[in-house]
Design a protein around this ligand. Structure first.
Ligand code: TMP
Length: 236
């Protein structure tokens, strides 16, 4: 499968057309941004790590009955995925208080919730990805009520599968962001990535942060944290 024209370039990935109109190639970059692109940097090796991690998790989730866009890994940084129309919502699940939740509600990080929370942000850089509820998303025709129900069901199912997996490798899944897409027939499937860029991962024993917060907060050891996550997941 060959890359044809570039369809899109985001902050961390590029998407290319292929000779199959139903498939794209996603290419993961080492570029890192935070705070809606205000902070920029490079995390060496991140593209390859996030590609391999995402592909691993997409396969795991398919086995658990969650439909995903994943088709096959092409090489270190590239994967073939089904072409979808992205639903412009960032779907965030939280198991433990951290990040914008802790800031918004004036609580410390690390409060373990009895039940996970879900929230949506409107994927719109110009507006700084504003928080919105399901009624707002429906009013703006970003998704139908049925699509919101499906997205919620899949997002909580992803959380259960990933929480269990991460626990088995000594990592606490604090929170994460998902994106969903529509196939041409309207079917909702999981898209985008699942990586330390899009999740908070804390070492279960030490509480050490093993995710992009090391970059966002200038904690140092960014590359080593990504490598450690890859080692925990794939044993390498
Ligand atoms: P937050 O606490 O900053 O709202 O982030 C919640 C989760 O979503 C965290 O795991 C990081 C992830 N995330 C993204 O993947 N992309 C983003 O643009 C933001 C702001 C957060």
């Amino acid at each position: 499968m060959n890359k044809l024209e570039q369809l899109y370039e985001g902050k961390a990935k590029k998407v290319f057309a292929t000779d199959d109109p139903n498939l794209c190639i996603v290419s993961y970059k080492d570029d890192a941004t935070a705070f809606n692109g205000q902070k920029k940097g490079t995390i060496l090796g991140k593209g390859a790590i996030n590609n391999r991690l995402t592909n691993y998790f997409m396969k795991l989730l398919e086995e658990k009955g969650i439909p995903t866009h994943f088709v096959e890994e092409l090489n270190d940084t590239d994967a073939v995925v089904k072409k979808v129309q992205i639903v412009p919502l960032e779907v965030i699940i939280r198991n433990i208080s951290a990040g914008s939740f802790a800031q918004r509600f004036g609580v410390e990080e690390g409060i373990v919730f009895e039940q996970p929370t879900i929230e949506f942000s409107y994927k719109c850089d110009e507006l700084n990805d504003p928080l919105m509820n399901a009624y707002h998303a429906i009013a703006l025709k970003l998704a139908t009520p049925e699509e919101i129900d499906t997205i919620k069901k899949y997002a909580f199912a992803v959380n259960e599968a990933l929480k269990e997996f991460w626990k088995s490798v000594g990592v606490t899944l604090v929170d994460f962001k998902l994106e969903f897409g529509r196939l041409p027939d309207g079917t909702i499937i999981l898209a985008d990535e699942i990586s330390p860029d899009t999740a908070r991962l804390w070492d279960s024993k030490t509480g050490e942060k093993l995710d992009k917060d090391r970059f966002r907060r200038d904690l140092g050891g960014v590359e080593d944290a990504y490598k450690e996550v890859l080692r925990r997941v794939l044993g390498q």
